[in-house]
Write a protein that binds this ligand. Structure first.
Ligand code: ATP
Ligand code: MG
Length: 874
């Protein structure tokens, strides 16, 4: 069965059991402080399990893009080395939200694997939670009894808490799980040793394919477990592993999921897969990583120097480096795999094909820049080798190897490899120590503690009323304490709230909660998954009271001006630059708006002027806001609203329109009632943020007015400085012209002066030991003049030794010039001489044997320099 068919069969199977198909959520996670990337199918359903949201369907099936390269699940170092862990993989899952439980989950899993996919039953093993003393939990007899009816007991393994008890985090929903493992060894091997003992033992052919999690507890922060009122099923099956089992291969990479990519790399590198372990690993790394990189870029995360962006950059570099070192691929090559990727995933994840050019450009640029870094790193390594040789040492210390890694992206194994080739070793322990130091620094920076929610009032769901109101009478549903480097703060959840929570680029609202004389400042409002959380620095004295909530309205007014202006800007960009313009990020606050978008060239001044003019004309047209809430997503798309890649949309969306022929966007943010409120729009900067991504910053309303006033005042000041000329521009031009002419005149005069000085010095030349020597203290305007003078004297004298101690605009400088012939015959060296002489002016310097210079601090030492020079030859 082909991979594509295997995937669709999974979905169809569960659809036949009344499951509702839900598309994958983006691989890059937003609004979750605990997670950078989606690492399991359950991430997008977290709010259901936490009880923050009511599920739209009780039975769901999906294929989720997952990435396990950071945090709790980090498989990066395994990837490519083994044949069944990937960075990015698809997790197939079926879900019950308070509906069916263990019996159906287990029986359907078995039916699908053995009847539909026809995996041989004698290759399957299952595991059941064996209990845990610490948690006072018995073994999962419920699951065991169900399994007993399906498989013989000698195929059931009781597992520990580590393998068979699943937890979302330190706190939260959790429960026992049952895993299904498959033994893919040959019959001969299976004869020799029972698969039973190999389960959960890192055997590359006896692997876990499916994990059925039964969520039945909630762990609270004192570590104890509470039975959940509604029980859920969360299952996850690695698609790539399933395909391998169904296609009966000994490696995930031998399936049709990866084979086309392996073949492409074979062709590119001229090497064959399967001939050498090292090149095999390199090929696996590459074909795995290209998926992870492309999918994350497609979902809006560009490679960068921090957080999620840095994780992606490191994955990309790992692929480039394996290619570079083991496959001799020394030019960008990853980006060439994009067409294949687009084709292979077209059906299920069309985002790759839709942004193919963009993703490919970004990857190509990153590759090229990392290859340059590798080259630089190699040069630095060469220098390190030389230094070691000089010192007669042969170990690169931990600090140096870590610096290579940290600053030049030069990984330890590459440093070690090159070192080994040169008979040098690397202090790997020292490297590990430096790495640990850095990790604990960033851990300390990121550390935070979160307390349990304290319930205050009945939870009847949260109502956001901020589109229509700036104030409300609200009750606190619950609160909790959080502690991080900003200190102690509280998070409050309100039953209804006018505070907008940061999202879609728009910052969170600030304001107050007021009760009687007590006024509590709301510092920020953020989303945690779908919960609206208000940050305050102290708790109200009576949290159960009703509060008067008040958003800081002046700030909000400025924010919404900028938000609407962002929509107008995006529409204008498309008109002026073309339809390829895609939003890649935005920030909207009370000061400015920032908009990142895909575009491959600098936006020219004329284009900027056009864009500004379009936006300002739309502002003057005072176009009224058309806000549609709860539009079915398909209908919104038909209206021409563009969905953003990497954004998670529900079935119903909000559509914001300013002139249906101009700007129609899916947006949850807050906007002006009509565009006139914005007043004026001005772009203040345009630049590049990453390859293929430009950034525009702009201001509106009050800020734009202040900006223009400042510019006008600047011109006024200049005019006054220049005594109010009729034409300011002309008079500045005249000033510049005059300045250039004066500069030229000064040069001529200086040359004339140095000419005279030269003649004077030539006359003073004395002959010592067959050398024509000039020792003199002089004054020259610049270091260049000193150099020029030295060379001219040397050339005219022949066999010259010239020592000049110069006062250059109050700073002492020495120049020593020696004829090449003397260097050999007398064993002289200008560099050594200048270093010695520089002591007299309290400085240092160096250069080549025939010419060297030194600067210093002590102008009064110049006569001693000449004295000393003379003594050297007396
Ligand atoms: P393993 O012990 O093999 O790393 P796991 O216990 O981490 O697996 P789960 O967290 O239970 O796996 O994830 C559910 C399923 O997802 C697994 O049964 C497996 O099929 C698949 N899976 C997990 N990690 C990976 C990975 N890095 N690459 C591919 N598939 C994976
Ligand atoms: Mg794992």
């Amino acid at each position: 069965m082909e991979a594509k068919r295997i995937r669709s069969t999974f979905i169809e199977f569960f659809e036949s059991k009344q499951h509702h198909f839900v598309p994958s959520s983006p691989i890059v996670v937003k609004n979750d402080p605990t997670l950078m990337f989606t690492n399991a199918g359950m991430n997008q359903f977290k709010d259901y399990f936490l009880g923050n949201e009511v599920p739209k369907a009780k039975r769901v099936a999906n294929s989720q893009k997952c990435l396990r390269v950071s945090g709790k699940h980090n498989d990066l170092e395994e990837v490519g080395v083994d044949t069944y862990h990937h960075t990015m993989f698809e997790m197939l899952g079926n879900w019950s939200f308070g509906d069916y439980f263990k019996k159906e989950a287990i029986e359907w899993a078995w039916e699908l694997l053995t009847t539909v996919y026809q995996l041989p039953k004698d290759r399957l093993y299952v595991s059941v939670f064996g209990g845990d003393k610490g948690d006072q939990l018995d073994r999962d007899n419920e699951a065991f009894d169900i399994w007993k009816n399906i498989v013989s007991e000698d195929r059931i393994i009781f597992g520990s808490k580590k393998d068979n008890f699943w937890e979302m985090g330190d706190t939260g929903p959790c429960g026992p799980c049952s895993e299904i493992h498959v033994d893919l060894r040959t019959d001969v091997e299976r004869e020799r040793e029972s698969g039973y003992d190999l389960v959960n033992n890192d055997h590359p052919q006896v692997i876990e394919i499916w994990n059925l999690v039964f969520m039945q507890f909630n762990r609270i922060s004192d570590g104890s477990l509470k039975e959940l009122p509604a029980k859920h099923v969360d299952t996850g099956m690695g698609f790539e592993r399933l395909v391998r089992a169904v296609q009966n291969k000994s490696s995930n990479y031998d399936t049709d999921v990866f084979m086309p990519f392996i073949q492409a790399i074979e062709k590119k590198s001229g090497k064959k897969y399967g001939e050498d372990e090292k090149t095999d690993i390199a090929m696996r790394v590459i074909v795995d990583h290209i998926r992870a990189i492309s999918f994350t870029i497609a979902d809006g995360q560009l490679p960068s120097n921090n957080k999620a962006g840095y994780v992606i950059r490191r994955i990309l570099r790992r692929a480039v480096r394996y290619g570079y070192t083991f496959l001799d691929l020394q030019k960008p090559f990853l980006f060439e795999l994009l067409p294949l990727l687009a084709e292979n995933f077209g059906e299920i994840f069309p985002e790759i094909a839709m942004q193919q050019d963009f993703i490919s450009k970004v990857i190509q640029e990153e590759e090229a820049s990392f290859l340059r870094t590798l080259d630089n790193g190699l040069k630095i390594l060469d220098q390190i080798k030389l230094d070691l040789k000089e010192k007669n040492e042969n170990i690169i210390d931990g600090k140096t190897s870590f610096e290579l890694y940290d600053t030049f992206g030069f990984p330890l194994d590459l440093t070690s490899l090159i070192a080994r080739e040169n008979g040098i070793s690397v202090d790997e322990k020292g490297f590990a120590i430096e790495m640990e130091k850095q990790k604990s620094r960033s851990r300390a920076a990121a550390e935070h503690e979160t307390g349990d929610w304290v319930m205050v009032n009945e939870d009847e769901g949260v109502d956001f009323i901020g589109y229509d109101h700036l104030e409300s009478q609200s009750n606190i549903i619950k609160y909790r304490l959080i502690t991080d480097k900003k200190g102690d703060r509280y998070q409050l959840v309100l039953d209804k709230t006018p505070f907008y929570a940061e999202s879609g680029g728009q910052v969170g609202d600030q304001g107050w909660l007021i009760s009687g004389a007590e006024k509590i400042r709301v510092l920020d409002t953020k989303k945690e998954n779908d919960l609206i959380v208000h940050f305050v620095d102290k708790l109200p004295s009576a949290p159960e009271m009703t509060f008067h909530c008040k958003v800081e309205s002046e700030k909000r007014r400025l924010i919404i001006n900028n938000h609407t202006a962002t929509h107008l800007l995006q529409a204008a960009l498309k008109q002026v630059l073309g339809d390829h313009v895609q939003q890649k990020g935005s920030l909207v606050n009370d000061q400015l708006l920032r908009f990142d978008f895909s575009h491959f060239a600098k936006v020219t001044d004329e284009e900027i002027a056009k864009i500004e003019s379009i936006v300002n004309s739309k502002i003057r047209a005072n176009i009224p806001l058309i806000e549609q809430r709860n539009v079915p997503i398909e209908e919104a798309k038909n209206q021409g609203a563009m969905a953003l890649f990497g954004e998670k949309y529900g079935e119903f969306v909000r559509v914001i329109t300013f002139d249906k022929n101009f700007s129609v966007e899916l947006c949850g943010g807050i906007h002006v009632p009509s565009t006139g409120a914005i007043g004026f729009f001005k772009i203040v900067s345009e630049g590049s943020v990453a390859s293929g991504v430009r950034r525009i910053e702009a201001i509106t309303a009050d800020a734009a007015e202040s900006f223009l006033n400042a510019q006008v005042n600047l011109v006024k000041d200049l005019q006054e400085m220049l005594k109010n000329p009729k034409d300011l521009k002309k008079s500045v031009e005249a000033l510049l012209k005059e300045r250039n002419e004066l500069k030229k005149e000064v040069e001529v005069l200086q040359n004339r002066q140095t000419g005279a000085l030269k003649e004077e010095l030539l006359e003073k030349a004395i002959s010592i030991d067959g050398m024509n020597c000039v020792f003199a203290q002089i004054s020259v305007p610049s270091a260049d003049a000193l150099k020029k003078l030295s060379f001219e004297i040397k050339n005219e004298l022949g066999n010259a030794l010239v020592v000049l101690a110069a006062d250059i605009e109050g700073k002492p400088q020495i120049a020593v010039t020696i004829d090449e012939a003397l260097i050999a015959s007398k064993g002289l060296n200008a560099g050594n001489m200048v270093r010695e002489l520089a002591k007299e002016i309290g400085g240092g310097g160096g250069g080549q044997p025939f010419f060297a210079t030194a600067g210093g601090k002590n102008l009064g030492g110049l006569p001693s320099v000449i004295q000393k020079a003379k003594e050297m030859f007396s």
